[in-house]
Design a protein around this ligand. Structure first.
Ligand code: ADP
Ligand code: MG
Length: 589
């Protein structure tokens, strides 16, 4: 094509494609799942834009939010078309080849160790799975802001982009044409495709059609000459060339007048393959665990064998009406914290979920939508619900629950900490979820609530120490004194912990005390006892010198006389105040 511009794939992408092409991975079907998922994402995007601007949808067929699949046996092409947002020329260049996503090298590494391609979608490179079954791929795309373009590549390290002057105009959206490899011809079988689409589209919220053949009976005149002609016509349009029925009906109709006969004819029409069922609109009581799990997998593109750790399905009716399903995934996404460092917004990002609301006003600008108070309310409620969900999960004392929570903590603990730093309103709720090691636990994890339960009588503060590792901290001289007195000290060893402790000032009325800071005050009572003990002889001498047992001895809390001492004095007592810093005893007249 003379207007084609050539581009080279970014190196990592090229490597990924090589791996896919040469992969012995047997479950090649997954390419269809990835294409359907991309089509559905593209439709979601245009639908979202249409909330604020109806015009973007266009008119006629273009406005139909649907996916269409066609098989061309002759040309060995499988094509999938969506009426989604489409891609501009620049989008095609960036999204399909030149900009490697963060997941690219992570996935390449994973592939080299496991060979398991199934997780490709989670790494944001699902598109390239088309090369499991095709050796040449065309992507035709039309975005509202640009002309129609064709992207094409034989996966030989390069791709080309041309302005599309020869295909039928798409209106809007994307058509992917897979020129199937010889060994992948099975994907031209209608039956196989229907079965696969049904499997992969259970939770796709847009109708998916296939251009399906259909045998229909047509009545044609039984007149000898013309029937020959009809038969010839049938031969041209029929795929399988089955004529037994046609002959039979010729016999049956033989006596009837006027003479007609029934023949089978193959026609094509769009056949709907999925029923768009919205799990979140159903009553939670009617949805089975298996359905939630499947829904989660399709939502999160998580096709591992693992189940979500927890989910929450609810309807909110106060202030804003909405329905939502939230999930805690079995594993933290590979880029969870990476994106935190980019966007500073990972608070509770471990949730995966869906929210549906009719209350949101249409025809407001996007900025307004973002700032809209309903959205704020929704966000607030979602965070609450997500926290409840985790809370429920960790409640219960049996080992299984504890084990589950530990698993959650290991995957998402950092998110909770970042949440504490960012989200002042939910700080205390999040603090409840914290887990850490301490001087009293051998490798096990404890919570702040447990810590407080185990506090010594008279202990006012929560003691902690920060450092790079527990092993290192255990040798800290600061711990000696506390350990000897049997105080529990929390080890904060995550790099984020130091930062965390700047935000977490107190918990349930208890202050946090860094034991390696100067001027550490241990529990008041025991310290008093200790001091009193060390000043015992002196006190005794004083009491003797004053010739009175009516002496109230107390430890000085400050340089000035304490209120308690003043009151004791008023009641006619003699008061001794012991200044712990300077071993002198102050005498009140
Ligand atoms: P992911 O879907 O996880 O982003 P993919 O490799 O599947 O990763 O797709 C890469 C990108 O290509 C998408 O993010 C999207 O921008 C673009 N893309 C792929 N298919 C379509 C499509 N049918 N319509 C619009 N954009 C698409
Ligand atoms: Mg994708």
């Amino acid at each position: 094509r003379n207007n084609a511009e050539k581009f080279e794939f970014q190196a990592e992408v090229s490597r990924l494609m090589d791996i896919i092409i040469n992969s012995l991975y047997s479950n090649k079907d997954i390419f269809l799942r990835e294409l359907i998922s991309n089509a559905s994402d593209a439709l979601d995007k245009i639908r979202f834009l249409s909330l604020t601007d109806k015009e973007v949808l266009g008119e006629g067929d273009t406005s139909k939010l649907e996916i269409q699949i066609k098989l061309d046996k002759e040309k060995k092409i499988l094509s999938l078309r969506d009426r989604g947002i489409g891609m501009t020329k620049e989008d095609l260049i960036k999204n399909l080849g030149t900009i490697a996503k963060s997941g690219t090298s992570a996935f390449v590494e994973k592939m080299q160790s496991s060979g398991d391609l199934n997780l490709i979608g989670q790494f944001g490179v699902g598109f390239y799975s088309v090369y499991l079954v095709a050796d040449y791929v065309e992507v035709i795309s039309k975005h509202n802001d640009d002309k129609q373009y064709v992207w094409e590549s034989k996966a030989d390290g390069a791709f080309a982009i041309s302005e599309d002057t020869w295909n039928e105009p798409l209106g809007r959206g994307t058509e992917i044409r897979l020129h199937l490899r010889d060994e992948a011809q099975e994907y031209l079988e209608e039956g196989k495709l229907k079965e696969l689409v049904k499997k992969y589209s259970e939770f796709i919220n847009f109708p998916i059609y296939i251009w399906a053949s259909k045998e229909i009976d047509v009545e044609v005149p039984a007149d000898e000459d013309s029937s020959d002609e009809e038969d010839n016509a049938d031969t041209r349009s029929s795929e399988d060339g089955e004529y037994e029925d046609a002959e039979k009906s010729e016999d049956d109709d033989a006596e009837k007048k006027p003479k007609t006969k029934k023949v089978k004819e193959t026609t094509y029409e769009w056949e709907l393959l999925n029923d768009v069922k919205a799990i979140w609109l159903r009553s939670p009581k009617e949805v089975t665990d298996e359905e939630y799990t499947k829904f989660y997998k399709s939502l999160a593109k998580d096709f591992s064998d693992e189940k979500p750790m927890a989910w929450s399905h609810f309807t909110a009716e106060v202030d804003v009406e909405f329905k939502a399903v939230l999930f805690v995934p079995p594993k933290a996404p590979h880029d969870l914290y990476e994106s935190y460092y980019n966007t500073n917004k990972a608070n509770l990002k471990f949730r995966e979920g869906l929210v549906d609301s009719d209350t949101l006003p249409l025809n407001v600008s996007r900025e307004m939508l973002q700032a809209h108070s309903s959205l704020k309310t929704i966000k607030k409620k979602l965070i609450r619900k997500a926290l409840d969900m985790i809370q429920v999960e960790k409640s219960g004392d049996d080992d299984e629950k504890k084990g589950q929570y530990t698993k959650f903590w290991n995957e998402f603990g950092k998110s909770i900490k970042l949440g504490i730093i960012e989200d002042a309103t939910n700080r205390n709720r999040l603090a409840k979820l914290l887990r850490f090691e301490s001087t009293k636990l051998d490798g096990k994890l404890t919570s702040l609530d447990q810590y407080i339960l185990g506090m010594k009588s008279g202990q006012k503060d929560i003691f902690y120490i920060t450092g790079t590792s527990k092993e290192h901290l255990e040798k800290s001289p600061f711990l000696e004194r506390l350990k000897k007195k049997n105080y529990e000290v929390i080890f904060f060893t995550d790099p984020v912990d130091e930062y965390l402790m700047q935000y977490l000032m107190d918990y349930e009325g208890k202050q946090f005390q860094n034991v390696s800071k100067e001027g550490l005050k241990i529990g008041k009572d025991s310290k008093n006892k200790e001091l009193k003990e060390s000043f015992k002889e002196l006190t005794k001498w004083w009491k003797g010198a004053l010739a009175s047992e009516n002496v109230d001895e107390r430890i000085m809390q400050s340089q000035t006389l304490s209120d308690a001492s003043k009151q004791a004095y008023m009641r006619g007592k003699r008061v001794l105040e012991i200044n712990p810093r300077h071993p002198i005893i102050k005498k009140l007249r």
